[in-house]
Design a protein around this ligand. Sequence first.
Ligand SMILES: *[C@@H]1O[C@H](CO)[C@@H](O)[C@H](O)[C@H]1NC(C)=O
Ligand SMILES: *[C@@H]1O[C@H](CO)[C@@H](O)[C@H](O)[C@H]1NC(C)=O
Ligand SMILES: *[C@@H]1O[C@H](CO)[C@@H](O)[C@H](O)[C@H]1NC(C)=O
Ligand SMILES: *[C@@H]1O[C@H](CO)[C@@H](O)[C@H](O)[C@H]1NC(C)=O
Ligand SMILES: *[C@@H]1O[C@H](CO)[C@@H](O)[C@H](O)[C@H]1NC(C)=O
Length: 390
Amino acid sequence: MANLSTILFKTLFLVYFHQSQSATYNIVELGANPNGEIESTHSMSKAWSLACASTTPPTIYVPQGRFLLKHLHFKGPCNNNAVTFRINGTLVAPSDYGSIGGASNWLLFEGAHGVSIQGGVLDGRGAALWACKMSGNKCPDGATTLGISNSKNVTVSGLTSLNSQMFHIVINGCENVMLQKITILASENSPNTDGIHVQLSIGVTILNSKIGTGDDCISIGPGTIDLWIEGVGCGPGHGISIGSLGKDFEEEGDENVTVKSVIFTNTQNGVRIKAWGRPSKGFAKDVLFQHAIMSNVQNPIVIDQNYCPGNKNCPGQVSGVEISNVTYRDVEGTSATKVAVKFECSESSPCHAIKLENVNLSYKNEPARATCSNAAGTVAGIVKPSSCLF
Ligand SMILES: *[C@@H]1O[C@H](CO)[C@@H](O)[C@H](O)[C@H]1NC(C)=O
Ligand SMILES: *[C@@H]1O[C@H](CO)[C@@H](O)[C@H](O)[C@H]1NC(C)=O
Ligand SMILES: *[C@@H]1O[C@H](CO)[C@@H](O)[C@H](O)[C@H]1NC(C)=O
Ligand SMILES: *[C@@H]1O[C@H](CO)[C@@H](O)[C@H](O)[C@H]1NC(C)=O
Ligand SMILES: *[C@@H]1O[C@H](CO)[C@@H](O)[C@H](O)[C@H]1NC(C)=O
């Protein structure tokens, strides 16, 4: 009798203990090896299964060290909406790009509502693939380092992503995602290494981050609503770009995009909107670019609706994307080319309600220029170069 009640008590205590204490899964305790050479994919995958099955908020802990991981799919929904990754170490992709196995993402979170990723370094080791692409040989597209798809209420903070094969971070089909204090670095001439790409997502916020890559620092694809970007340092790279839009005829629009307090240094573009020269139902509206500083930027302010790489699949066509209510407020600094403001809008769907408010861009010690086609709008305050909007 005494034994039975002791066992019962212990069991109840354990159950209580497990439920009140949030579980921590240390990947090293699950067999991961911090030497960066022996693969730890299985241990990480086990940590996710345990964490995802937990009914109380669990933590996956990655201690210091380098952990070699192949493709991983962190798939929800989970039994909780609060898995935390606390990463002190570095997650390392295989050195041989072929061994991610053609997956489009190295680390993919899908349906992972409420996940929070804190700290850590992701080392994509993309250099070999970039070299292959630049040699003109036939190479795979490569993988996005961190994909977050169809997930709600996700936060990522203090994460560093290095040398991705392709895009560094892609937010796709998500709602309510907060990215902050992110550092992204890849070589200036690495192909397609966009920093953060957002598409088909509502309520994404990107704060206080530093991005330098060989492509867009941030690219904003179709179907992006209520996006807020603030406090970003961009460069080297191709700037912050809405687009390419209008690749498909049936396409979601972009709406309510704010880009605030961004410093562009030696980038190809500053704030850009780019659309394919093809018919489309896509649009971009209610966009605010505010407090941008340009330092030696080739195209500080640009709308280009004639995008058609290689002149394939669009010759002779014009963009159907409607671009309206775009405000450039307090934009200053230096252009690396004479044309600091360029609005090349569509003949069939002219840009309208473009607003320039306190824009001061210079080119060397000469006046810079603005060029416009099919762009209508208004001006307020000081605007240099003077506006060509009709
Ligand atoms: C994570 O690493 C830092 C040093 O980089 C160390 O100070 C801290 O204690 C570590 N955190 C844990 C929980 O081990
Ligand atoms: C996301 O967060 C909102 C607000 O906190 C909450 O109402 C909703 O249930 C959450 N959704 C999921 C799938 O966790
Ligand atoms: C625009 O998006 C921001 C978040 O980025 C949100 O706070 C604001 O309410 C949205 N505005 C409208 C009119 O929906
Ligand atoms: C234009 O966009 C801004 C956000 O940048 C929004 O607050 C405003 O309501 C929009 N104006 C119109 C007329 O839709
Ligand atoms: C515009 O910027 C230049 C240098 O960047 C500065 O000398 C000039 O005072 C500014 N003009 C106005 C009106 O702010």
